[in-house]
Design a protein around this ligand. Structure first.
Ligand code: MN
Length: 424
């Protein structure tokens, strides 16, 4: 089915800033609370939030097979379960409703007032109920940097790394939308040189610059997803800050891997940008260094050129950009991750979230964590206000931005922002 919503020549009758992350070619999906305290599934064009529940009740989706309450919900899980064909029909229809050539909604004041809100009138919620959350470790530069720091540069990558998209099962209960503050966690650490551990506030709070993809119901127990069909089961992506406590991590992770250092919070951008909207930005993945096993060999372009930025804003100060990276640096693409995840028959459900792992680029200004940017505290980062950071301080706000840009269109993710509060 053609994705007419992506037509780069289409213009909307809604007023837009020309550098918006949300032109009519984006049409992301999210969940928000309206000024009347009604929760609904919606989309966004420019700085307008659009109530899809109201649009559906008013008959604007006539001819598309949708249950009456599909958008009158507090999560997108059921809509995502409807599958790729329905997502495409709905995005194409939304594009038509807001096309400058079609002023039916624009000219109907009572409909307009029920459907369209400004962004400052709504409160964004978590867009899906995340059933299961998996985090990969798929940036070769990140894995190499961490391996060099904690083992040695010659053997930075573990022997499995070039053969397997390494990952672990995370916890979904602490995934939060952008804008929610997070308390510095308390935990057990072994101070440098000490014989016994102590319990208290983590001293090494770090962000991890990641993206996460959200799946639909993909497979039954026992049934793998072939690598070259995997994209059919990916609804879309969000920015993902996988908050980490490096000192807790260092002491606890042996031998079973990440635990309390990683599950106190992970922040996502609230609008899910569909994989369909990202089609103009497909690029080749890096060439595999080692011959891949057949189930991991993906054909054609399966990576995406998404520019990513990280800012730190101390209390009462201005933001400093500390990193510029790109999703295209990922060694393992989403198709390979999903094929690997299901290769043993593990079922994947609607609303499952898969983190990419920290996305570091080839140069020191493109590293995706403070651990790497400050090289484990050896090279502090200077901020605009003259202060320095090795890791994240109390009352610092960390903000991720992400967008794709070509000469026709900019498709962005908005922001993923969290303030760290002092420990309890
Ligand atoms: Mn992570």
């Amino acid at each position: 089915m053609p994705i007419t919503a992506n037509d780069p020549n289409r213009k909307t009758w809604l007023p837009l800033n020309k550098d918006t992350d949300f032109p009519i070619q984006n049409i992301p999906f999210g969940v928000f609370l309206t000024r009347d305290d009604i929760i609904t599934v919606g989309t966004r064009i420019g700085d307008f939030a659009i109530d899809l529940g109201a649009l559906h009740q008013l008959g604007y989706f006539k001819g598309i097979e949708l249950t009456d309450d599909i958008f009158l919900q507090d999560t997108l899980n059921d809509f995502i379960s409807d599958g790729q064909k329905t997502w495409r029909l709905v995005r194409n229809r939304i594009a038509d409703i807001f096309d400058e050539k079609n002023t039916a909604l624009k000219d109907n004041t009572s409909h307009y007032d029920r459907v369209i809100f400004t962004m400052d009138e709504v409160e964004m919620q978590l867009p899906v109920q995340v059933g299961d959350y998996t985090d990969f470790y798929s940036s070769k530069e990140h894995a190499t940097n961490v391996g060099s720091m904690f083992r040695d540069a010659e053997n930075a990558l573990m022997p499995n790394w070039l053969h397997i998209p390494v990952g672990y099962h995370g916890r979904s209960s602490s995934i939060i939308p952008s804008g929610i503050n997070v308390r510095r966690p308390n935990g057990q650490t072994l101070p440098e040189g000490a014989e016994n551990p102590t319990f208290g506030p983590s001293k090494l709070i770090d962000f991890e610059l990641e993206m996460a993809f959200i799946t639909t119901d993909a497979n039954d127990l026992g049934e793998p997803i072939p690598v070259n069909q995997a994209e059919e089961y990916i609804f879309g992506l969000v920015l993902f800050n996988d908050w980490s406590a490096r000192d807790i991590q260092k002491w606890e992770y042996v031998p079973l891997g990440p635990f309390l250092a990683k599950n106190f919070a992970s922040t996502i951008s609230p609008w899910i940008v569909t994989l369909d909207a990202l089609q103009p930005f497909k690029v080749e993945s890096p060439n595999p260094v080692k011959e891949l096993l057949p189930y991991l060999k993906s054909n054609g372009k399966k990576s995406y050129d998404i520019h990513l930025e990280v800012f730190i804003t101390p209390e009462k100060s201005t933001p400093t950009k500390v990193s510029s990276s790109n999703f295209k640096y990922m060694y393992w693409n989403m198709s390979q991750q999903l094929a690997h995840h299901t290769s043993n028959g593990c079922p994947v459900k609607s609303g499952d979230m898969m983190g990419s792992g920290t996305i570091s680029g080839p140069t020191p200004d493109s590293y995706g964590s403070m651990l790497e940017l400050s090289w484990n505290g050896q090279k502090p980062i200077k901020l605009n206000d003259g202060t320095e950071r090795k890791f994240i301080n109390d009352n610092d706000t960390v903000t991720f931005l992400g967008f794709c840009q070509n000469k026709n269109v900019r498709i962005g993710f908005g922001e993923c922002s969290t303030k760290i509060l002092p420990a309890l």
